[in-house]
Structures are given as C-alpha cells and as structure tokens.
Write a protein that binds this ligand. Sequence first.
Ligand code: G6P
Ligand code: MG
Length: 215
Amino acid sequence: MSLNAVIFDLDGVICSTDRFHFLAWKELAGQLGLPFSEALNDRLRGVGRAESLELILAGCSRSFTPAQKAAMCEQKNLRYRQLLCQMSPADLSGEARGALLALRRGGLLLAVGSSSRNAPFILERIGLGGFFQVVADGSQIARSKPDPEVFLLAAKRLGQAPQRCLVVEDAAAGIQAAKAGGFWAAGLGAAASCPGVDFPLRSLAQLPALCAANR
Ligand code: G6P
Ligand code: MG
C-alpha cells in the first residue's frame, strides 16, 4: 500500500464541534420558525455551510433570496465562532494527541482536509496551530465533500498521490469524497460502516499500528 501521509477530517475526528454547530443552527432555525433536531444536525456532518443551510430550509415553504441566505450563514457563523471560543487544548483528547504524535514519530506526513472555513481557528483553539504540514479548508475550495476537492488539494500540497494517502473521516460525505478522489479511507463512528471504507476504526489509537503495517 506504501502509505506516506494521513489526511484528517477535523470536526468529529480530531475534535468535536457538533454541539456548537447544533446550538448555532438551532438558534437560527428557531428564529425562522423551523424545527431543528440532533438527527438533522448529524446529516450536516462534513457538509459545507451554505449546503447545510439549504438542508435546513428544505422543510420551509417560504423562499429566500441569495442575499438573505448569505446573511443567515453569516449570523450562524458569528454565533458558532463565539461558541468556539470556549474550546481549549483540553478539547483535544489524549487519544487523538497520542495518535498524532506517534504518526509523526513514524515519519508520516500529516494534513487536515476539512470543509470548514473555521478549521485554522479551531486548530489554534485546541493547541494544534502549526502542527500539520498542510491544512486544506473550506475557504480554499469551490466544492465541499462529497466532492474530493479538499482532499486532492491537501495531497497535492503534501506532494503525494492519493494512493499514498489515508483519509480519516467520521461522515458519509467524507468517505464518498475520499473514495471519489482515489484515497484510502478509514471510517470512525457511524462512518466505519459506510460503503467503500477500507479500514473501519473504533478509535484513533488504532491508526499508528495500521499505518506502520501499510508503509
Ligand atoms: C465540517 C462540519 C460541518 C460544517 C462544515 C462547514 O465539515 O462537519 O458540519 O457544516 O464543516 O463548517 P464552517 O465552519 O465553515 O461553517
Ligand atoms: Mg467530520
């Protein structure tokens, strides 16, 4: 397999931002008189901001102009960023930290491939600013997952072919993106049972041994 690099999704893999997305979207949906549930929040994993808004508005009979939708995304994001300020290095689990350090010691190149435009801010908050060789995020791409663009950009900036990279994902959209780009895919949580997953994972702690066995 000759793995040279690991490209991590951020939200739900390196750290959990689910509760903050949930609160910020719920507030916006409430103002619009729309329902918002944990189940809908789960469907937004890995999906870009504007695409997420479309899924939330799908249950609404009113129509909105592009400018109104942009203002809604902006409002949600301001609230989300306010909530992200609660994050600290304590939000990086010992398990994630240990796996990242072991992979780096093992000589793997490490990158982030996230649909989030807030990825650099979140990495700073949890003490990983500057840790990864490459951070490809939602502000650098035109198409979010399930399109492979963000992972292809990360691989290109690492100087690695997709077949030399393992993508680690917690979302169906991310697994689809990885496979569409020709990457190896490891699935965490619900994504462990997604079609196309090469390595179902129970925990990030499994990664160093998995990568060492496939170098
Ligand atoms: C990640 C999250 C999604 C989120 C997307 C965009 O993929 O899993 O839930 O919608 O990023 O995030 P942003 O921070 O740019 O709104
Ligand atoms: Mg994710």
